[in-house]
Design a protein around this ligand. Sequence first.
Ligand SMILES: *[C@@H]1O[C@H](CO)[C@@H](O)[C@H](O)[C@H]1NC(C)=O
Ligand SMILES: *[C@@H]1O[C@H](CO)[C@@H](O)[C@H](O)[C@H]1NC(C)=O
Ligand SMILES: *[C@@H]1O[C@H](CO)[C@@H](O)[C@H](O)[C@H]1NC(C)=O
Ligand SMILES: *[C@@H]1O[C@H](CO)[C@@H](O)[C@H](O)[C@H]1NC(C)=O
Ligand SMILES: *[C@@H]1O[C@H](CO)[C@@H](O)[C@H](O)[C@H]1NC(C)=O
Ligand SMILES: *[C@@H]1O[C@H](CO)[C@@H](O)[C@H](O)[C@H]1NC(C)=O
Ligand SMILES: *[C@@H]1O[C@H](CO)[C@@H](O)[C@H](O)[C@H]1NC(C)=O
Ligand SMILES: *[C@@H]1O[C@H](CO)[C@@H](O)[C@H](O)[C@H]1NC(C)=O
Length: 317
Amino acid sequence: MKMGCLPVPASWPLKRWLGLGLVVFHCITLGCAQEKKVAKSKVGEKVGLPCCYKIPNSESLQNYRVYWQVNVTDVVLAYSGGEKIHEHSRYVNRTKLDLKNLTLWIYGVEILDRGPYQCIVQSLQSSPDKPGSHLLCGEPVTLFVTADFSEPNIERKITASSCESTEMVVRCSSHGGFPKPRIYGVLNNVSVVLNTTWESESSLSPYNVTGTLWLNVTKDINFTCFVEYDDFVMSTSLLLAKANDCIISTALPSYNVITASSIIIITFLLAIILAAKYLPRHACSRCSKNQESADEDVKEIMNPPKSSKVTCEMSSL
Ligand SMILES: *[C@@H]1O[C@H](CO)[C@@H](O)[C@H](O)[C@H]1NC(C)=O
Ligand SMILES: *[C@@H]1O[C@H](CO)[C@@H](O)[C@H](O)[C@H]1NC(C)=O
Ligand SMILES: *[C@@H]1O[C@H](CO)[C@@H](O)[C@H](O)[C@H]1NC(C)=O
Ligand SMILES: *[C@@H]1O[C@H](CO)[C@@H](O)[C@H](O)[C@H]1NC(C)=O
Ligand SMILES: *[C@@H]1O[C@H](CO)[C@@H](O)[C@H](O)[C@H]1NC(C)=O
Ligand SMILES: *[C@@H]1O[C@H](CO)[C@@H](O)[C@H](O)[C@H]1NC(C)=O
Ligand SMILES: *[C@@H]1O[C@H](CO)[C@@H](O)[C@H](O)[C@H]1NC(C)=O
Ligand SMILES: *[C@@H]1O[C@H](CO)[C@@H](O)[C@H](O)[C@H]1NC(C)=O
């Protein structure tokens, strides 16, 4: 893979030309003619860093001195005259040199292995025009290391709910990845910013990331959470359903109408039955009183209990 010195495409022609100008200037001052090489690896995997020289089939490593360096001055692995002359303590048993194309293989890559590497190749053979050892080439290659994040996990907690809306806290988290990620959400195709917190023991340790969103949902909505690190993206989707749909009274289903009217009818019938059973005695006392007052008005009181008995019998019939 190559990371050229290409400018970020600008939407505006003038800007683009200015950009190119700057890049050309940049390349002249920093020696951009020599393409910057990039290698990428995931933690725990192996990676091959390419070198600038390939030993011809007619020759062997005997005639060369090869240095693989990191961070400009640290020697990772060095060979001279076919013998290993140096190995960095951090890389012991983790590296291997390809004896033909001088690729440096690193096994069980760690986050700490990231950085700018360089292979330097010298010839040990003297020639009339070049006495002693001389430099054949030196080329940098940058190693980027990533660690995969776990699949994002989405949790939601409802904080308040009414017929019209549901208020909720949506939390998306992912852990164990590198480098420091970006986390964002998408609500039905519209990107949203999440309130983000990162956790890591150091800037060169795996990260845990959590994004939080406060939402007032008035209808079901599709939420997708993205965790972006280096060139990789992990995502998880969840349908955020509105908590409760209240029934509007004007649109009662027929089943409810039947139940309600049945209850009313039964209550009414019960009332009539009860009334038929218990009203007579009340009516009795009342009508007997009425009778008494009527009798008082018209005639002298004669056997009031008798007359009341009669009315009672009549009303109960
Ligand atoms: C070097 O050789 C090895 C195998 O011999 C191969 O896998 C690797 O791709 C080669 N690298 C380059 C840069 O040619
Ligand atoms: C490297 O490998 C050798 C042989 O397998 C072993 O004896 C040595 O302990 C290893 N060193 C490290 C640092 O793992
Ligand atoms: C190179 O140096 C950087 C910054 O000091 C460090 O983070 C990184 O681990 C070093 N790389 C190696 C392979 O030592
Ligand atoms: C969301 O985007 C997809 C693809 O870009 C499109 O097919 C779909 O209609 C969009 N949905 C909405 C609700 O905009
Ligand atoms: C993010 O959350 C923290 C802690 O809960 C809070 O203090 C901060 O105001 C929030 N930021 C935004 C933009 O909501
Ligand atoms: C990251 O999350 C994992 C799993 O949840 C946990 O074991 C670890 O301690 C967390 N790391 C940090 C730095 O918080
Ligand atoms: C949520 O929406 C409802 C109705 O649209 C509104 O009454 C309520 O105040 C909103 N809550 C918040 C916290 O914005
Ligand atoms: C939600 O959106 C994601 C990404 O746009 C899509 O893959 C998924 O199928 C959608 N889910 C639902 C339930 O609509």
